[in-house]
Write a protein that binds this ligand. Sequence first.
Ligand code: ZN
Length: 279
Amino acid sequence: MRIANSRGRLTLLTADGGSDVESASRGRFRSDPHEIFAEWPAFRAWARDHSGAGAVPLRNADLGPPSPRPRQVFGIGLNYRDHAAEAGLALPERPATFTKFPSCLTGAYADVRLPSAKVDWEVELVVVVGVEAYRVAEQAAWSHVAGLAVGQDLSERVVQFAAGGQFSLGKSFPGFGPTGPCLVTPDELTDPADLEIRCSVNGEVMQRSRTSEMVFGVPRLLCELSAILPLLPGDVIFTGTPAGIGATRKPPRFLRPGDVVESTIEGVGTLRNRCVAEP
Ligand code: ZN
């Protein structure tokens, strides 16, 4: 199953486009894309039998974040060996965790305002929680996942490293969390733990890896995070970026107004975000 947030309404994707869930379910499920995560198992069961009647073509510009108002948004640093190496840092023994504040989330095709000349790209696999997870074992972790999306963990590198490290602020400017284009349930993918992930800027490939290269895979991340606190339906986890960011290039390269960032994960989709100058 694939769902999207189209103009703020929960939409089931079909071969013909998108079917409005509130209409198609005759009001059984509400249109708010956030509220559906509280009813995830019931919604999955309904969607299995839904034919997709009444589908209409979707417009890219209408797509918002698949989980638009998560209570918690986690980011994981240094979760690919090659990225830790380019940053000159040792691999952590536990997932290096920060938050992106939820107000940074935006849609798959949204323009992104650049607050400075030191904004960098980080393509990431995004996990959305479907069933509350507290102290879950790795073997049970996937059953708590609603689905996967593509994410960009845009990062302002000066703020990020100021005052001993301000990861949460440096990665939370408005528009710094494009996610989407839709949410894909893990059963749609041949192997949800091994997907090609790549990022290009103006068509030039900057990052290319596979999610199987993660140091801590999705089950381990859910296990480690939920050992500390409950992961709530709709929560979003940015699972880390592979090598090829701009800051460690020689010379360093950052995003400029007019640049187009394309972020793709095999079988999940592509984000296309244009950078614009701060007005
Ligand atoms: Zn990141």
